[in-house]
Design a protein around this ligand. Structure first.
Ligand code: UDP
Length: 245
């Protein structure tokens, strides 16, 4: 059931959102330690230029195709991915599971005010989640004390919102020191959950142009998004290479 589609060296799990959640649910219930990465074209390009980060991604148990760019690339390469699986939606699905199963969840990342707002939202929407603890994301990420502090609470799930590559580095260290739990890097998701950043309107989501919407709302993202044309160029280079072989 779980096939992989490799895009510029990154092996994506070719599963629908439902299948991802089912697989995660099974691992949660069997107590298996799980590293979930949700990767968009920016992450793929970053991993291409940074071998240490690439190695971190290779430790992941699941890599979800976050963003329409990955899905389009998979089609262009002739190895279509079933659907895009936005990190934000996987997080909502996991919170739903945590609520139903009364699981212990830790939240770490974002600014102090945002994490406080995120926690009140979680309490409102998913009252049966046990909040293992929470912390803002502006501390020294290399400090082992934070890992010790989180570890003591034995969370079943931990959401880490530092943005890439910081969150994956921290998760890798964290998972090397615990023996259970699902850990996932969720980028700017707390900003959305807290209401600070609005998710794109439904119509924009439908037409798969959230990237354009975000760019207009937050022009500061331009520099980061400027890797997208390079991503497309690399995909077409790969396609040509595949044809020759
Ligand atoms: N962030 C953090 N600690 C840091 C840097 C960033 O907690 O040292 C948070 C930031 O407040 C935001 C989230 O990480 O909530 C995502 O940041 P960014 O937009 O830079 O990353 P992306 O969404 O592109 O992964």
């Amino acid at each position: 059931m779980n096939s992989k589609v490799t895009i510029l060296g990154i092996p994506f799990d070719n599963m629908t959102r439902k299948e991802f959640l089912k697989a995660l649910y099974e691992r949660l219930n069997t107590g298996q330690k799980t590293f979930l990465v949700t990767a968009n074209p920016e992450i793929v390009m970053y991993a291409r230029d940074n071998p240490d980060y690439y190695q971190l991604l290779m430790q992941a148990d699941f890599i979800a195709p976050d963003g329409i760019g990955i899905v389009k690339a998979s089609h262009a390469l002739g190895t279509p991915i079933k659907e895009r699986v936005p990190g934000f939606e996987l997080m909502l699905g996991l919170l739903e599971i945590a609520d139903l199963e009364k699981k212990n969840v830790y939240f770490i990342g974002a600014e102090e005010e945002i994490i406080e707002l995120t926690i009140s939202e979680v309490k409102k929407k998913w009252p049966d989640i046990k909040i293992a603890g929470y912390h803002h994301g502006y501390f020294n990420h290399a400090d082992p004390e934070m890992i010790k502090k989180v570890k003591k609470t034995e969370p079943d799930m931990i959401f880490v919102a530092f943005g890439f590559p910081r969150q994956e580095k921290w998760i890798s260290n964290y998972l090397s020191q615990v023996d259970h739990g699902i850990a996932v890097g969720v980028g700017g998701s707390f900003d959305v959950l807290s209401g600070k950043t609005k998710r794109a309107p439904k119509l924009v989501q439908y037409f798969h142009v959230e990237w354009l919407y975000r760019l207009i709302k937050q022009p500061s993202r331009y520099k980061r998004m400027s890797v997208l044309p390079k991503f497309l160029q690399e995909i077409y280079r790969q396609k040509k290479k595949d044809k020759v072989q």
